[in-house]
Design a protein around this ligand. Structure first.
Ligand SMILES: [Zn+2]
Length: 297
């Protein structure tokens, strides 16, 4: 295989990039592409890599609907006629990308948020997938429920025992660099991370980070970071704070730079922590002085 395609095992390959793309080859020269990067450029890169090897993309599976995972869909679909598959809620966003800045902002988003990081190019989804077997040609892949980072996040396990894990977890160096990594549902994230810990795939390919045969350390780093954030939230909420005030305190503690996009991603992630911790009885919420405040119990 050409340099661009790196072999993982058997018929499973990947293209390394800012967002790793997974590939599974079946029936000689057909392939399934898992996630397509952030742009037409990345789609073009995937297309060239496939063409160089005489491979035909039959199916694109998107692990989730963040703009950096389906940005190459349109170009690939146009050039290869591949079908696109995603889970139901992620398919709704891939085919209506406005929903991402809409949910982050909770109303019609200002133009600054309708940017290429938060709003991909609309793409039709042909097949809605659910966890379980996914048959294409003579091959059966396994769709794995990896909810948490996004509401309908899935992974794709190939017959070679490789799990393409999307953004279900992040490599340790990424967790250490960004500290407040994005999760939209903490209960689902904890469930997914704990389930992943007990799996024994030969290889794991996250979209952001490195291919690994053992993700014990990565899972530990992700869980540790979540627990640290929860500890920090409890500590800050010894006094009642609004989400805005809490966000300022946490990002200052983590020494994070903020731009408009990052601000709304952080606020969304913090909202996920506030829901989880309130539902688990760690925090309580009330309206005080016409502000919504949270406080540790
Ligand atoms: Zn993502």
């Amino acid at each position: 295989m050409a340099e661009l395609l790196k072999k993982i095992k058997g018929n499973t390959y990947y293209i390394k990039g800012p967002v790793n793309t997974g590939l599974y080859v079946y029936d000689q020269n057909r392939c399934v592409v898992v996630d397509t990067g952030s742009s037409d450029d990345w789609g073009r890169k995937i297309y060239k890599a496939l063409k160089a090897e005489g491979l035909e993309a039959e199916m694109i599976i998107n692990t989730h609907s963040h703009a950096d995972h389906f940005g190459g869909n349109n170009l690939l679909v146009k050039r290869t006629n591949a079908e696109v598959a995603a889970s139901g809620i992620e398919a709704a966003i891939i085919s209506n990308p406005y929903l991402e800045p809409l949910y982050l902002y909770s109303a019609h988003p200002p133009k600054a948020l309708q940017n290429r990081f938060l709003m991909g190019k609309e793409c039709r989804v042909d097949r809605i997938v659910e966890p379980g077997n996914f048959t294409i040609g003579q091959t059966t892949l396994e769709i794995v429920d990896l909810k948490g980072h996004s509401p309908g996040h899935i992974g794709v396990a190939t017959p070679d025992g490789v799990l393409m894990a999307g953004d279900a977890y992040f490599s340790t160096h990424i967790v250490e660099k960004y500290k407040l990594t994005y999760f939209i549902n903490i209960a689902d994230t904890l469930d997914t991370l704990n389930r992943l810990k007990d799996t024994d795939y030969c290889y794991y390919l996250p979209c952001h980070g490195d291919l690994s045969s053992d993700i014990g350390e990565e899972i530990h780093s992700n869980l540790k970071a979540i627990n640290e954030t929860m500890g920090m939230i409890r500590w800050e909420l010894i006094k009642p704070l609004t989400r805005e005030e809490l966000g300022a305190a946490i990002t200052e503690k983590y020494n994070l730079d903020l731009n408009t996009t990052q601000y709304y991603l952080n606020q969304s992630s913090l909202a996920a922590y506030l829901s989880y911790m309130t539902d688990e009885g760690m925090l309580k919420r009330r309206i005080e002085g016409r502000r919504m405040v949270w406080e540790a119990v």
